[in-house]
Design a protein. Structure first.
Length: 271
């Protein structure tokens, strides 16, 4: 089936959500949003920009409140994936799928149980308190400085199998992919003509820092830290800024493939 679906989850994402939706609604055929009981305008934004997308409330609730636990979240996402035909991918609202061609020209629809691993890059932008005013402008900022963060974010996966068979956090999978035979000394940052841009520190604004502090309100610190998962979600702003400073030391990537994919993304956002 030549259908491609994106699955995401949200909790008070009105800051980034309009940009993310206006781009990805033209990349995918359908979207499923798991809402962790947002109290801002996130749900109404989705209904306005993507009226045909599904919005589902998370099943991970304790005493009437959402409770984010890594493995439970993974299971909930995989349960949804099993009901979705065709290709599918899970993305956070901080993650943008970029490609060197429309993804339906890249994906092999004749393959069975195909899984593409996608490398992760992140934009570094030293302009403080600058937020783009349009999705086109937002994507154009990716061109300023993109760096690889494979050691931090690992991979995302787009596949047409039943589900992602994820390990913790959906960055790892038990599914066999071409990572098993990858030559790490010669691999290309743009794997399979597709990659992910992760907005870990973009735009560099106070709203961005505050957004990063909201997740831990629905997490169990003792449980996650006790098993070594999601530790970064419990950092204070000073620790996050130290992490950002280390990223800034990375060497930026420059290639014609990157420029072409960004140009294509800008065109896609304008459809």
């Amino acid at each position: 089936m030549q259908r491609v679906t994106v699955i995401t989850n949200i909790f008070n994402e009105e800051y980034l959500l309009p940009f993310w939706l206006k781009y990805h609604k033209n990349v995918f055929d359908h979207g499923i949003v798991i809402d962790w009981c947002s109290t801002d305008k996130s749900v109404s934004i989705i209904r306005e920009i993507c009226p045909t997308w599904e919005i589902r409330q998370t099943k991970n609730m304790v005493n009437g409140n959402p409770c984010f636990e890594t493995y439970s979240a993974d299971r909930e996402i995989m349960e949804i994936e099993r009901t979705v035909p065709g290709y599918k991918i899970f993305l956070n609202v901080t993650e943008w799928l970029m490609s060197t061609a429309p993804i339906k020209q890249i994906l092999n629809f004749k393959a069975v149980n195909k899984c593409y691993p996608l490398n992760v890059l992140t934009p570094i932008n030293a302009l403080p308190e600058y937020t783009p005013t349009s999705t086109k402008e937002f994507i154009a900022c990716f061109r300023n400085r993109l760096i690889p963060v494979i050691d931090k974010r690992f991979f995302r996966y787009i596949f047409n199998r039943s589900n992602g068979e994820y390990k913790a956090g959906r960055h790892f999978t038990n599914v066999s992919t071409d990572l098993d035979t990858l030559d790490w000394h010669n691999y290309t940052p743009i794997m399979n003509q597709m990659y992910i841009v992760w907005l870990g520190f973009f735009p560099l604004t106070e709203d961005m820092w505050q957004r990063k502090l909201t997740v831990k309100a629905h997490m169990c610190k003792e449980l996650e830290l006790g098993r070594g998962t999601c530790f970064q979600h419990f950092w204070e702003i000073d620790e996050m800024k130290q992490d950002y400073a280390k990223l800034c030391e990375n060497i930026p990537l420059h290639s014609s493939d990157l420029n072409y994919s960004i140009d294509l993304a800008i065109q896609t956002a304008e459809l």
